[in-house]
Design a protein around this ligand. Structure first.
Ligand SMILES: NC(=O)c1ccc[n+]([C@@H]2O[C@H](COP(=O)([O-])OP(=O)(O)OC[C@H]3O[C@@H](n4cnc5c(N)ncnc54)[C@H](OP(=O)(O)O)[C@@H]3O)[C@@H](O)[C@H]2O)c1
Length: 329
């Protein structure tokens, strides 16, 4: 049956302004790092995309290397765009990135102008798009001058192959420099994509302040710590989990006894708040106005439906925050 998007899709989502730009992003965005590759089941990820769009998720995040194999998430997303979402491109913010190893030789990795420009051309072909909305440099490159990498983002935007430029995984000081270069070039940095969750808090030591000062949005990735901050691992490592899969990036040895004990205590607080742990972990990030959107993953539609309900309560009492800090210490 042909997919028909829900007429109510904009009813329940909240949209937040991305830094000081003209763009608003949904408070919850969907990432296609895992679960959308050629190793995954088409009908499952098709349902996830339908539910996302029907729930007001307008932002879909990809990268050249998402799969496995690398590139396959963009191919699959492009196919479903064409089959199911024809006519809805203007309601979507689609992002891609380059910065990690993508092809052999010296031009398929890191941050040269050569790599970024060719990689985006490949991504556009895979997705069947004329442009992406946001193109990111995926990680800082210690060898390429920042001026060259930011110059490549500026060029790409001027060519109309991306509407906005973003950076990911840049520490505070380097982010500040990159943002200043982009500003000078006349292509303001729209957004920064750092790893940020209850279990990963480096952004609080300066990066969030830099982004606020510079008027740049922030979209935390892996806000559920790849599933650790959900009820998934409360009683061991289930077979259908990222930690159990050979293609998953969460390693079994990251599911430590200490983590599980923290997760159980956090879960008790979530239950008292009338939330699942996933919902509380996302709400905890969204309580900060500097966070534009949380960039989640989902391996099935039910998870997405669960996570989306975080928006029902993003307020925390002082007592709840203190108790959470004690657990995270
Ligand atoms: N810029 C970067 O360097 C970078 C790096 C990583 C990710 N990202 C982006 O961030 C996105 C999200 O990353 P992520 O997938 O690690 O995010 P995440 O939201 O922290 O983890 C998603 C995983 O958690 C589990 N899960 C999600 N919701 C659940 C729920 N309600 N209940 C129980 N389990 C639940 C699922 O794992 P199971 O498979 O175990 O079911 C799901 O695949 C990526 O897709 C990508 O777009 C960017």
């Amino acid at each position: 049956m042909t997919y028909q998007p829900s007429a109510d899709r904009y009813k329940n989502m909240q949209y937040r302004r991305c830094g000081k730009s003209g763009i608003k992003l949904p408070a919850v965005s969907l990432g296609l790092w895992h679960n959308f590759g050629h190793v995954d089941v088409t009908e499952n990820y098709r349902k996830i995309l339908h539910l996302a769009f029907d729930s007001g998720i307008t932002h879909f995040d990809l990268a050249n290397n998402y799969g496995p194999p690398p590139g396959s998430a963009e191919e699959n997303f492009g196919r479903i765009l064409k089959e199911d979402f024809r006519g809805y491109r203007d309601e979507m913010i689609i992002s891609s990135k380059a910065g990690y190893t993508m092809w052999d030789g010296p031009y398929g990795d890191w941050g040269s102008k050569k790599y970024l420009v060719s990689s985006l051309d490949q991504s556009l072909t895979r997705m069947g798009l004329d442009y992406v909305d946001i193109f990111y440099h995926h990680r800082p490159d210690p060898e390429t001058p920042l001026e060259e990498t930011m110059g490549a983002l500026d060029l790409i935007v001027r060519q109309g192959k991306a509407l906005y430029a973003g950076i990911s995984n840049y520490p505070a000081e380097e982010a500040d420099k990159a943002i200043a270069i982009l500003k000078k070039l006349g292509t303001p940095c729209l957004i920064h994509q750092p790893k940020y969750s209850m279990f990963e808090r480096w952004v609080e030591d300066g990066l969030l302040d830099v982004l606020e000062k510079d008027g740049v949005g922030c979209i935390p990735f892996s806000p559920l710590a790849q599933g650790l901050l959900t009820n998934k691992y409360l009683h061991g490592i289930p077979e259908d989990s990222r930690a159990a899969k050979s293609t998953g990036f969460l390693q079994k040895d990251q599911v430590t006894d200490q983590r599980i004990s923290q997760v159980r205590r956090l879960n008790d607080i979530a239950i008292k708040r009338g939330q699942t742990l996933a919902q509380m972990a996302l709400a905890w990030l969204l309580k900060d106005h500097r966070v534009t959107s949380v960039l989640i993953g989902a391996s099935r539609p039910e998870q997405l439906a669960d996570s989306l309900k975080c928006l029902d309560n993003i307020q925390f009492s002082a007592d709840e925050l203190t108790k959470i800090e004690e657990i995270l210490k």
